[in-house]
Design a protein around this ligand. Structure first.
Ligand SMILES: [Zn+2]
Length: 196
């Protein structure tokens, strides 16, 4: 039986996954998005949205699709998807983004800092972060190329499962940006490591 762990609202968490282990990510209350970052355990190989688009040939990923590394190796496979829409285009929200786009002064919780501190706790010190896999985040690409945020499709209890294709350091963040969460304040998400 897997133990359920909580990523606090607007906070982050780090975990290690061994090859073959499964990670379930659960939207507890509904409508909450988050960021997933993956590094090899030595920190030298990183998640790559560009390589994932290369080998998958699409930007909307779901069951059966693989998330690739910047060294062209499979990192994670989506083996179950109860939501069906995620984003892999947008950079994680950051302090600068809240300042530039929303005029926030002072500190604002953000996925970039959440992911960095979670990775540091795992002993991974990245120079910079690649684009995170933004699970449950619903972004439409319009015919003229503009991007449109839509409310997340996830409802309370919905989840997705990824399988590790190599030993990984994983960071998760519960996104504080209300734009990504259908206008709602941030809420916690949960995860379970399942050995099948
Ligand atoms: Zn965010």
């Amino acid at each position: 039986m897997a133990t359920r762990q909580i990523v606090p609202a607007a906070g982050g968490a780090g975990l290690r996954l061994a090859r073959g282990e499964h990670l379930r990510i659960i939207d507890i209350e509904g409508g909450q998005t988050g960021d997933l970052m993956a590094f090899s355990q030595d920190g030298r190989e990183r998640l790559s949205n560009g390589r994932t688009f290369d080998y998958g040939g699409k930007i909307y990923l779901s069951t059966g699709d693989v998330l690739w590394s910047d060294r062209s190796r499979p990192m994670l496979t989506i083996v179950e998807d109860g939501v069906g829409r995620h984003d892999f285009l947008y950079s994680s929200c950051s302090l600068e983004m809240y300042r530039i786009q929303y005029g926030v002064t002072g500190y604002h919780a953000n996925c970039h800092d959440n992911l960095l501190s979670a990775l540091r706790e795992l002993g991974v010190e990245p120079d910079s972060l690649p684009t995170a896999f933004n699970f449950f985040m619903n972004v439409n690409v319009l015919p003229d190329g503009r991007l449109e945020f839509a409310p997340p499709r996830c409802r309370a209890g919905d989840s997705m499962v990824v399988r590790a294709e190599m030993d990984l350091a994983i960071a998760l963040s519960s996104c504080p940006a209300s734009t990504c969460n259908g206008g709602a304040p941030p809420r916690p998400i949960a995860y379970e490591i399942v050995t099948i």
